[in-house]
Design a protein around this ligand. Structure first.
Ligand code: IMP
Length: 430
C-alpha cells in the first residue's frame, strides 16, 4: 500500500504529466490535488499527443481510476470538453473511472471576468495569470462564499445559486471595475446543463483513496504547477492561489500523512517560467532561443494553456535545494536533458551572491530575489543526440556528470531522466 506524490520543483511545466504517465503504469489510482485548468499536462503516446488541463494525465493508462480532489477549482466547460476529447480518442471516461470531489470549487464566467478585470487594474504590476479565473475562485473559497461541486446535485437549487453568484459578481464588475454585467440567467442555464452531465461523477476521493490504500492499492497524487508558484512558499505575489507541494497533496485529497511513501520531485534540466516574477538565472538572445525552441514541436517552451513563450534560463540549484526541502523529496526526475545536447558549456547556479557574500541557501525564502546575483559553475556539454539513450551507461560522460552535480546540489537521488517526449524515452536509474 502506498501514496506516491509527484510535485514540480520549479515554476510549473517541468514535465510532470510525462512522469506521471510512466509511473501510472504501476498504480491503481491517479489523483489531481490542486489548481485548475491553468495547468497543462502533455503526454505523448506513439503518434498521439494528449493535452490535459483538469483530468489527471494518468487516466491515459487504461487500468487506472482518475480522481479530482477537493483542492481543485473546476471550470465545468473545460472539464466536459476534456472528457469528450478523451472519449473521442478512445480513452474510457465514465463514473467508474473518473471521480470528482464534492468539495472541489467551481469556476464560473464571473471568476474569469474578475481575473481579467484585476489583472487589467494591476497595470505594470500584473501577475501574468493564465486568466482562467483561478485566483478569484480560490478567493471566494477562502471567503466562504464559493460554489462547490456538491451544489450540482440539486439542479433546481443550483440554478438559483448560480444566478445569485453572478449577480454578486456583477455588482463588483460594474461598481469596482466599470465593466458590463454578465447575463446571469443564460450562465445559470448553461451551468445547469453541466450539472446534469457531471452529477454522476461527484464522489468523495478522500474516502475512496483512504480505503484503497488500506486495501493495499497504490495511489499516485499528481501535482499541477510547481513549488515556486505555491501561495505560501513561492515567489509571492507572483504565484498561483493553491499549494502545489507535497503537503498540498494531503490537504487537496483529504489523506493522512501516514500514507505517504515516495515524494517525487520533477525538474527540467534547465529553468523556465511563464508570467511575471523574479527569475535570477534567466537568459536572453541565442541561448534563450536554443533552450525555448521555435514552437513547432509540442515540447517547445510555449505554454500548453496560453501559448505564451516561456522565459528560459540555466538551472537554479539554490531554488532546487529550497524546493527539495519544502517538499522533503525522496527522489528527483530530470526532464528534457536531451535539449542540452550540442550546447558547449552548460551553466548551473550553485549559490547566490549579495554584497560579496555567497548564499548557498535563501535567508528568507524566494519572494524577493532582487538583491541576489547567481554564482555559476560551468560544466562541459556534450555533442551527442541522447534521445535514444535508455540506460545510464548510454549517456555521454558529460551528461552523467551534469546529473551527478544536480544530485549533489540538492541532496536528492535522481531516479528518472527523460530524454524525449515519447513514453519510452526515459532512463530509469536503480
Ligand atoms: P494563475 O494560476 O492563472 O492565477 O496564474 C498565476 C501565476 O502562475 C502566473 O505567473 C501563471 O503564469 C502561473 N501558472 C499558473 N499555472 C501554471 C502552470 O500550469 N504552469 C506554469 N505556470 C503556471
Amino acid at each position: 500500500m502506498s501514496l506516491d506524490i509527484v510535485v514540480g520543483t520549479q515554476w510549473g511545466d517541468e514535465g510532470k504529466g510525462r512522469v506521471v504517465d510512466v509511473l501510472a503504469a504501476n498504480v491503481d489510482y491517479v489523483a489531481r490535488f490542486n489548481g485548475g485548468d491553468n495547468a497543462g499536462h502533455t503526454v505523448t503516446v506513439g503518434e498521439k499527443t494528449f493535452k490535459l488541463h483538469l483530468i489527471p494525465s494518468g487516466i491515459i493508462q487504461p487500468h487506472t481510476i482518475a480522481l479530482i480532489g477537493n483542492g481543485l477549482v473546476i471550470n465545468p466547460e473545460i472539464l466536459v470538453q476534456e472528457m469528450n476529447m478523451l472519449k473521442e480518442s478512445n480513452v474510457e471516461v465514465n463514473p467508474e473511472r473518473l471521480k470528482i470531489s464534492f468539495a472541489a470549487h467551481l469556476i464560473t464566467p464571473g471568476h474569469l471576468a474578475l481575473d481579467k478585470a484585476k489583472e487589467t487594474l494591476r497595470g505594470g504590476k500584473k501577475i501574468g495569470t493564465t486568466l482562467r479565473g483561478i485566483g478569484p475562485a480560490y478567493n471566494m473559497k477562502a471567503s466562504r462564499n464559493g460554489l462547490r461541486m456538491e451544489s450540482m446535485l440539486d439542479p433546481v437549487k443550483f440554478h438559483h445559486q448560480i444566478t445569485d453568484h453572478i449577480h454578486e459578481i456583477n455588482r463588483q464588475l460594474t461598481k469596482l471595475y466599470e465593466m458590463d454585467p454578465l447575463d446571469a440567467e443564460s450562465i445559470a442555464d448553461q451551468y445547469t446543463k453541466y450539472a446534469r452531465i457531471l452529477a454522476p461523477y461527484i464522489s468523495d476521493p478522500s474516502q475512496i483513496l483512504s480505503e484503497a490504500i488500506r486495501n493495499g492499492k497504490n495511489v499516485l497524487a499528481e501535482g499541477a504547477q510547481g513549488t515556486l508558484l505555491d501561495l505560501d512558499h513561492g515567489t509571492y505575489p507572483y504565484v498561483t492561489s493553491s499549494h502545489p507541494t507535497a503537503a498540498g497533496a494531503l490537504i487537496g485529497l483529504g489523506l493522512s500523512t501516514s500514507f505517504v511513501d515516495r515524494i517525487i520531485g520533477v525538474t527540467k534540466a534547465f529553468q523556465t517560467r511563464v508570467g511575471e516574477g523574479p527569475f535570477p538565472t534567466e537568459v536572453f538572445g541565442n541561448i534563450a532561443e536554443r533552450l525555448r525552441g521555435t514552437g513547432v514541436n509540442p515540447w517547445d517552451e510555449f505554454g500548453t494553456t496560453t501559448g505564451r513563450p516561456r522565459r528560459v534560463g540555466w538551472l537554479d540549484g539554490v531554488l532546487l535545494r529550497y524546493t527539495s526541502r519544502i517538499n522533503g523529496l525522496s527522489e528527483l526526475t530530470v526532464t528534457k536533458l536531451d535539449i542540452l545536447s550540442g550546447i558547449p558549456v552548460i551553466k548551473i547556479c550553485v549559490a547566490y551572491q549579495m554584497n560579496n557574500k555567497s548564499f548557498p541557501d535563501l535567508p528568507l525564502g524566494p519572494a524577493d530575489l532582487s538583491p541576489f546575483t547567481p554564482i555559476y559553475e560551468k560544466m562541459e556539454g556534450w555533442e551527442e543526440n541522447i534521445t535514444g539513450a535508455r540506460h545510464w551507461k548510454d549517456l555521454p560522460l558529460q551528461a552523467r556528470n551534469y546529473i551527478l552535480r544536480i544530485e549533489e546540489i540538492c541532496g536528492v537521488p535522481v531516479k528518472f531522466i527523460s530524454v524525449g517526449p515519447e513514453r519510452s524515452q526515459i532512463i530509469t536509474i536503480d
